[in-house]
Write a protein that binds this ligand. Structure first.
Ligand code: MN
Length: 263
């Protein structure tokens, strides 16, 4: 803890640390009680664990890539020779610690898993060149893009936005981040997912249609990226549904493995 902080700030941090310790794996700090100048409690800081560090990565925005693996694009009904991948967004506080499990969300009968690699940015900008893109990456990790499939299909049939199928509360359980400094860049290697021990998704990062550097370059043409942004880089083929009690395991070469129980 920084000894240069004021006494009041130090007391707050000590208090919040005690609360955080009581809630296992909490990825949010408790809201600050009415710090000067705000009419309501300050919204929580959402953050991710970093392997080998006591410090955490604060999340600003969550961008997601859709149909970024050819075989998944085909299973989703796209012709990958004609339609490129695309982007959508989840709310920042959709990121939860994978060890907390994933509560089966409301308003759906069809909850789908999608195993994805997560990229965390330490800096950003607009119109980032592909050559420069990797220099903005702080770390990589594993995440799940959980999806209310029935709501997605309903929206698709009516040509409506499918935000409610993708952007629901706690829809992005994530594992800890592996820093580029200590672990290098994740550009190829196996990505897999199992449900109750049965492997359902099994692919390789090298099969991404838009590489991480391409994805950052293209995304930055539409949005000004910034430190704290994370990008979920799309899921391989083999998506499917899960029920309460199912246990998901997801692994990516060099980025460990996470386990998520549907509760
Ligand atoms: Mn996805």
């Amino acid at each position: 803890m920084n000894e240069n902080k004021t006494d009041g700030r130090r007391q707050f941090l000590a208090g919040s640390a005690a609360i955080a310790g009581a809630a296992a794996f909490a990825n949010t700090k408790p809201a600050v009680a009415q710090e000067a100048g705000y009419v309501i409690d300050v919204p929580e800081v959402v953050s991710m664990e970093i392997v080998g560090s006591d410090e955490r990565f604060p999340v600003r925005r969550i961008y997601c890539l859709g149909r970024n693996y050819r075989a998944h694009a085909i299973e989703s009904g796209d012709n990958p020779d004609e339609t490129p991948p695309f982007f959508f967004i989840k709310p920042r506080d959709a990121v939860v610690d994978s060890r907390d499990g994933h509560p089966y969300p409301p308003m759906t009968q069809e909850l789908r898993y999608e195993a994805e690699m997560v990229v965390a940015l330490k800096s950003g900008g607009a119109d980032i060149s592909q050559d420069d893109a990797l220099s903005h990456i702080y770390a990589y990790g594993i995440g799940l893009d959980m999806t209310r499939e029935d709501l997605q299909h309903g929206a698709q049939e009516l040509s409506r936005p499918w935000a409610i199928s993708k952007s629901f509360d706690k829809s992005a359980p994530c594992g800890p981040l592996y820093t580029v400094e200590d672990h290098g860049h994740a550009v190829d290697g196996r990505i897999w997912l199992s449900v109750n021990g049965d492997v359902k998704q099994d692919s390789d990062l090298s099969l991404q249609r838009w590489s991480v550097s391409e994805g950052i370059a293209i995304l930055s043409q539409y949005y000004e990226l910034a430190a704290g942004d994370i990008i979920m880089t799309g899921t391989p083929a083999g998506i499917g549904l899960v029920e309460k009690g199912d246990v998901l395991n997801v692994g990516i070469a060099g980025l460990g493995e996470i386990e998520v129980t549907i509760t």
